[in-house]
Design a protein around this ligand. Structure first.
Ligand SMILES: [Zn+2]
Length: 136
């Protein structure tokens, strides 16, 4: 079985500020990040599709104790976003002072961009991750 969209290809697109997913030809569900099969019906007949990066915050957390090597970034906000196309993805939120994060964030529209993080001893060089900004 071959991946329609490998993580390597997904990451390469993310480095160029593009969010790629997979659209199921059976049920229309969009899966992101990429998986072997549809996240809804487990079908394998998938098309690669570019997503808008637009969505709404469903929940968030503020990180005060960062992972090793990322201590200088703390505190920071991580949001879980429901994209317009359906998938839920996580990323940093940069438009708000972390000390001001509150439940008011839930439901706020956001637009995804990309932030490149430097490599550390656990990774294979620089890595792109979703980074959100308010869209309202
Ligand atoms: Zn499906």
């Amino acid at each position: 079985m071959e991946y329609k969209l490998s993580f390597k290809e997904y990451h390469k697109a993310l480095m160029k500020n593009k969010l790629m997913g997979l659209k199921c030809k059976e049920c229309g569900t969009v899966t992101c990040p990429p998986q072997m099969s549809c996240s809804s019906c487990t079908g394998f007949d998938l098309d690669v599709t570019e997503l808008s990066g637009k969505g709404k915050i469903t929940t968030y957390t503020t990180v005060y104790v960062a992972a090793e090597g990322r201590e200088s970034e703390a505190p920071y906000i991580i949001v879980l976003v429901e994209l317009e196309e359906g998938p839920w993805i996580m990323g940093n939120l940069y438009d708000l002072d972390p000390s001001r994060a509150s439940l008011d964030l839930i439901g706020r529209p956001v637009q995804m961009g990309t932030r490149i993080f430097p490599g550390d001893k656990y990774s294979d060089g620089p890595a792109a991750r979703p980074a959100f900004r308010f869209a309202d």
